[in-house]
Design a protein around this ligand. Sequence first.
Ligand code: TMP
Length: 219
Amino acid sequence: MSGERRGFFITFEGPDGCGKSTQARLLVAWLKEQGFDAVHTFEPGGTALGRELRRLLLDEGAPVSPVAEMLLMAADRAQHVEEVIRPALARGAVVVSERFVDSSIVYQGAGLGLPEEQIRQVNAVATGGLAPQLTFFLDLDPAHAFSKEGGASDRIEGRGLQFQRAVWTAYHRLLEREPDRWVRIPVAGRPVEDVQADVRRAVLERLKVAGGARGEAAP
Ligand code: TMP
């Protein structure tokens, strides 16, 4: 699948409240200033279908079983890949997504106890094998994230500290397994600008290594 790709695919991961949205937004604004075609997007909810699914997944409402939750996240992702990510990569853009398959591995896998292999198989169908070339882990101890945000604000955050700790530990395991794809950035107590400087440095390095990516991504 990567053979058809011309752009560059970056994802942000991390526990709830780690500052992904701010960092992704700042990165995309900066990439645009540098002349790149850059797209900021997110999961769940990056498409019209996704917005409906996000509401079902995160609002308190009808019960959602762990397998149903995993499949709905994958459905959101399938639409997102088809409608937003692949077309942008095909025209040579840098795509910056808040969350992707790794979130399902850690939240529905480590958090809810579903087998990782099952989640990978379902997501291989959802993504057609598309994977990010660079993934940031914004590392914030979940206890810190919770105190900063003043507690839970949606159904998944409402699962509490033990769940969030399982998620955080699982992220660290993924990093160990694929050190070339992941860049860990500690965020606790650091100004947004410092974190963003680390993000930009890593992106520049990777775009250089990817060769041609800048030429492809720039207008
Ligand atoms: P957000 O707060 O980053 O917008 O994400 C919404 C919540 O959805 C967050 O608690 C993480 C969760 N989530 C999963 O559990 N599995 C997934 O595959 C994705 C994309 C998000």
